[in-house]
Design a protein. Structure first.
Length: 200
């Protein structure tokens, strides 16, 4: 009879052993859940940064494409003249973000203070002039500005810097900010002065 009691005792866990096992399982489960939660947070943060980088590359790509394919006005057409200041510019491009390449389209880029945020940030906005619509592309530092390079390499806050250059395009347009260490340079690749077919 004592042998049967000893065998019965050895075949199962005691109450203390069961409590220890349950505490260990709960501890391991808690650690695993915290680890999974941490990995999910890191993954979410990584995806958000990737999306932000993608939007940034797309917006600056559109900016560079539009500037590199600016079209100079023909026969002093004042409606097609390129004009700009430190917070906006407008002109005609043959490579707009919303059209097929080669079709001249009036467009504008603007940097406007963000009214919704109290911080010093600004909105980078693409304006479709023909449709009268605005596409807010991304946030920029509040001190972001445009600058225009002339044929001699000088930088100007306004274009044209003098009336004699009214029908000419700048050599390049820069989007810069000292606050956010931002500098995007877009060179104009098209002829800087509009020519008629008779001017050959």
């Amino acid at each position: 009879m004592t042998e049967s009691r000893a065998a019965a005792r050895q075949s199962g866990f005691t109450l203390l052993e069961m409590i220890v096992v349950l505490v260990l399982v709960a501890f391991i489960t808690t650690l695993l859940m915290q680890g999974m939660f941490y990995v999910a947070q890191v993954n979410d943060r990584f995806l958000r940064q990737g999306e932000g980088r993608q939007v940034r590359e797309l917006a600056f790509g559109w900016f560079s494409d539009a500037v590199s394919h600016l079209a100079a006005p023909v026969n002093a057409d004042t409606s097609a003249r390129f004009r700009g200041d430190s917070r906006s510019f407008e002109g005609v491009t043959t490579l707009a973000a919303d059209r097929r390449a080669g079709i001249p389209v009036p467009f504008a880029y603007r940097i406007e203070a963000d009214a919704q945020e109290k911080s010093s940030s600004a909105e980078f906005i693409y304006v479709r002039m023909a449709q009268g619509s605005r596409w807010p592309l991304m946030k920029l530092p509040g001190d972001a500005r445009f600058q225009y390079q002339d044929a001699h390499g000088g930088w100007h806050e306004d274009w044209p810097p003098e009336p004699a250059l009214a029908d000419r395009l700048p050599e390049a347009v820069a989007l810069s900010s000292t606050e956010g260490s931002l500098f995007v340079l877009a060179s104009v690749l098209t002829p800087r002065l509009g020519l008629n077919l008779d001017d050959r």
